[in-house]
Design a protein around this ligand. Structure first.
Ligand SMILES: NC(=O)c1ccc[n+]([C@@H]2O[C@H](COP(=O)([O-])OP(=O)(O)OC[C@H]3O[C@@H](n4cnc5c(N)ncnc54)[C@H](OP(=O)(O)O)[C@@H]3O)[C@@H](O)[C@H]2O)c1
Length: 366
């Protein structure tokens, strides 16, 4: 006997790049699994940088799965959403109207069924939309860490209803890092230290350099594998990991001085020699370089660190992330979370798990 639907979660997705498209595919392919759990995810709108595709009546219907599949194929082929002007129960709005239509949907659904606004973009520009959605009582889920790491007032507003926000994929892609920290804190077990390699991109770059490859070559391969941000300097600058950081490029090659294209074309190669020397010097001492984030009771440090080859962090390969959490309960033997820390599929799976985690807030009345 089919399971009765207990929760319907209307979703508007901002961003249908690598992660956003995987999310839509996961939503479609997980329909039978979710139906068995009595949950239905209704995608009522999808936006890219210039347009919003939205269901005609967001209160009662979503974009159908055939359209979502077609949309993913079109975006993968490099077409904008606005190219999808076929027949269907949806409308297309271009910016700036698209933005106000997202707010309309958030206002309407925030009052009735509720809405999950999902940010899979890679821009700060979504922050006001996310704040508006929170103001209208909507839930938000982010893979995009930028709205959470700008102005402190923005962060405060976004997390003002902590039960209605999830952002697990902003750290360690699909790894349960934030959930684990939240559980430890909630149990009254004080965390004294967190050490980790939290950038899949920089983890990949540092471990590949050990094999004697050139820095420029490794960064370009990381970009082609979808491990980096659209501008890899977002990763290499360390800003993707934290705010007090050692950057892997000098300010003369920064975004204010050199375009992304010029940086990839000629800037990166200028860094090959110095990086090779640092890797060799560490290796002569039996060590490797890792881009490490360390949070203690008094300070937070992020940067390149020389570590023994056989340490937990030294053994890390590829784009894996590792986090060690020390607390009263995990004092001499830390809680270690390790696994793939990048990739569109894994990240989107983490976003989907976050959406599903909100299902109890969308319970249909009996
Ligand atoms: N991939 C990973 O391994 C990973 C891991 C953890 C977290 N993340 C985070 O996940 C997010 C998405 O990454 P990605 O690799 O999918 O990025 P991406 O491929 O560059 O896709 C970004 C998408 O956002 C859209 N967009 C830009 N501005 C927008 C706006 N104002 N409103 C709505 N949509 C907008 C873009 O539109 P157009 O298509 O029109 O350009 C594009 O579809 C990033 O914040 C990233 O840091 C990624």
């Amino acid at each position: 006997m089919p399971t009765a639907v207990k929760s319907v979660l209307p979703v508007v997705l901002l961003g249908c790049g690598g992660v956003g498209r995987y999310l839509l595919r996961h939503i479609v392919s997980c329909r039978p699994l979710h139906a068995n759990q009595g949950v239905a995810i209704r995608v009522v709108g999808v936006a890219d940088s210039s347009s919003l595709l939205v269901a005609d009546d967001v209160n009662s219907s979503g974009l159908d799965d055939a359209l979502l599949t077609h949309l993913c194929a079109a975006k993968s082929a490099g077409s904008p959403l606005s190219s999808l002007l076929g027949q269907g129960n949806y409308q297309l709005f271009r910016n700036p109207e698209a933005r106000s239509k997202v707010i309309d949907a958030a206002t309407m659904l925030g009052r009735t069924t509720g809405l999950v606004l999902v940010d899979c973009s890679a821009t700060y520009d979504t922050v006001n939309l996310m704040k508006d959605a929170v103001g209208h009582g909507c839930c938000i889920v982010l893979a995009n860490k930028k709205p959470l790491t700008g102005a402190y007032e923005d962060f405060q507003k976004l997390v003002s209803n902590f039960r209605q926000i999830r952002f697990e994929s902003t750290v360690g892609a699909g790894l349960p890092v934030i959930a684990s920290v939240t559980r430890i804190v909630a149990s009254g077990d004080p965390i004294s230290r967190i050490v980790g390699s939290l950038s899949g991109t920089l983890g990949y770059v540092m471990s590949e350099l050990e094999d004697g490859k050139r820095f420029s070559e490794v960064v370009k391969t990381a970009k082609s594998l979808g491990f980096t941000e659209p501008d890899p300097r977002d990763d290499l600058g360390g800003m993707d990991v934290a705010r007090k950081v050692e950057s892997l490029y000098p300010s003369e090659l920064g975004p204010d001085a050199v375009s992304t294209e010029d940086f990839l074309e000629s800037g990166l190669e200028q860094l090959d020699r110095s990086m090779e020397e640092r890797v060799k010097a560490a290796s002569s001492r039996g060590n490797v370089l890792r881009y490490v984030c360390e949070i203690g009771s008094k300070r937070c440090q992020v940067g390149l660190k020389e570590l023994p080859k056989d340490s937990v962090l030294g053994r890390l390969r590829g784009s894996d992330n590792v986090v060690e959490i020390y607390s009263r309960c995990y004092k001499s033997s830390p809680l270690v979370i390790q696994g793939a820390g990048a990739g569109n599929d894994t990240t989107a799976a983490g976003v989907l798990a976050d959406i599903m985690d909100l299902q109890d807030l969308f319970q249909k009345p009996a």
